[in-house]
Design a protein around this ligand. Structure first.
Ligand SMILES: [Fe+2]
Length: 177
């Protein structure tokens, strides 16, 4: 059995650490990628990943999780023109702790590629929705921690505006303080 998504009972980030948050130095840029849905060509929402402040990182270490692969803040620039991120498994982690500051109206979706297992050990981007079937979808609330199994193909769908969330990538779903 596998888990895909779970809301966690962990402390919320104090408001003063996030109220005026701005992106720090860029860690990785993820430009939009072309995909096809129902025979129509689209471009996915760009989703650059930035550093967070040392103060916020220290709070996360003290209150949420001492050891992790990477921490940062992602801005997924969704809109009515770019409502979805690309369907993908992550390459740098097996699961990610996430905390939305703004869900942008989007829902987290999990997918399975025809002819493949649910949990993926490869990095494979899906460019056509004909190749996948949806296995679950979740409304992800703001201001609470949740865990995502990023080895399962996933995407954010139906975004209306920019989605902003803090992401802490881990090697194991069990490594939570
Ligand atoms: Fe991802």
């Amino acid at each position: 059995m596998f888990f895909d998504f779970k809301i966690l009972d962990l402390p919320p980030i104090p408001n003063e650490l996030v109220v005026n948050i701005t992106p720090g130095t860029i860690i990785r840029n993820h430009p939009g990628q072309e995909y096809t849905r129902n025979g129509v060509s689209n471009v996915s929402a760009p989703n650059p990943f930035y550093k967070i402040s040392a103060e916020l990182e220290r709070w996360i270490q003290d209150n949420i999780c001492k050891k992790y692969n990477e921490v940062g803040i992602r801005y997924t620039h969704g809109s009515s023109e770019y409502p979805a991120s690309i369907v993908h498994p992550d390459e740098t982690s097996s699961c990610v702790l996430m905390y939305n500051l703004d869900h942008g109206g989007g829902w987290l979706n999990f997918w399975q590629q025809w002819g493949h297992g649910v949990v993926r050990d490869d990095r494979y981007v899906i460019n056509n929705y004909e190749n996948v079937i949806r296995i679950s979808q979740y409304e992800t609330p703001n201001f609470c921690w949740y865990m995502v199994n990023t080895k399962i193909l996933h995407s954010i769908e139906n975004m209306k505006s920019t989605r902003i969330n803090i992401q802490v990538s881990l090697d194991s779903a069990h490594y939570v303080k």
